[in-house]
Design a protein around this ligand. Structure first.
Ligand code: ADP
Ligand code: MG
Length: 231
């Protein structure tokens, strides 16, 4: 077990280093992005090339951001928050993208959802990643059903889409970093979700059938928060 301990200590040093590097990459990225935008204002510049440069820069930024969440040792400050509110905010963020993709979102949210102790921005990220995946799985439109309810002292949020689904062999690849079937994907979104949900003492469960759709269950414990609120 001692050997294991040393290993995990080493891992966290590597994690810190990686997070540091990722963080440092963002500054030059921001400056590059600014210059590309400046060039866009000039008519004699090839706009197609600039567009590609911007989208590639944004892609690097996406990868680095998601990588940071995974690598960074989490010093998270938890606050008592309403998960419904988090959902509503994410919904308004993604509403336009859904409409543009011809996707309708139906939500069925129980009114007895208690506040929980959580990291609001991180949970938002989880909702965004799951919902985006659902929207992206339906290239010619469809429906997403979201259900939020209390099940055995846990909040369960279920996301059901009728998109392309995931085959059995692809299902096995899901946990792997950088595994993506999308041209513009990072293949880090689900890893980020797992990492955040784990830090909340919850879990993520994915079930899928090819060409039928996917169901993602997000389960968050509410146990300790009850104690916190009473105190
Ligand atoms: P990314 O979205 O950048 O590809 P993710 O980690 O979010 O990375 O997802 C990894 C892969 O899992 C996706 O490329 C896709 O193949 C599959 N996937 C995730 N969610 C869904 C879904 N709701 N429907 C179909 N496939 C999905
Ligand atoms: Mg994704």
């Amino acid at each position: 077990t001692e050997e294991l301990l040393i290993k995990s200590e080493k891992l966290s040093v590597v994690g810190q280093l990686a997070a540091g590097v990722a963080h440092e990459i963002r500054n030059p990225l921001t400056s590059l992005r600014g210059f590309v935008q400046l060039f866009q204002a000039k008519e004699d510049m090839n706009q197609d090339y600039l567009k590609i440069m911007l989208s590639e820069l944004d892609r690097i930024n996406d990868i680095v951001s998601e990588f940071l969440v995974i690598a960074k040792p989490q010093a998270m400050s938890f606050e008592v928050r309403d998960v419904r509110q988090i959902y509503y905010e994410v919904f308004s963020l993604l509403e336009t993208q859904a409409t543009l993709s011809n996707v309708q979102i139906h939500a069925d949210i129980a009114d007895d959802i208690p506040m929980i102790n959580c990291q609001q921005n991180q949970l938002k990220q989880v909702f965004i990643n799951i919902l985006k995946n659902a929207i992206e799985s339906m290239t010619s439109g469809g429906n997403i059903h979201i259900e939020m309810k209390v099940v055995d002292r846990h909040i369960m949020v279920r996301f059901i889409d009728n998109g392309c689904g995931i085959s059995e062999e692809r299902m096995l690849m899901l946990g792997e970093p950088f595994y993506t079937t999308k041209e513009k994907g990072t293949g880090l979104g689900l890893m980020v979700c797992h990492k955040i949900i784990e830090a909340h003492g919850g879990c993520l469960h994915i079930e899928s059938e090819l060409d039928k759709g996917t169901t993602v269950d997000l389960i968050l414990p509410i146990e300790e928060i009850g104690v916190l609120q009473e105190a």
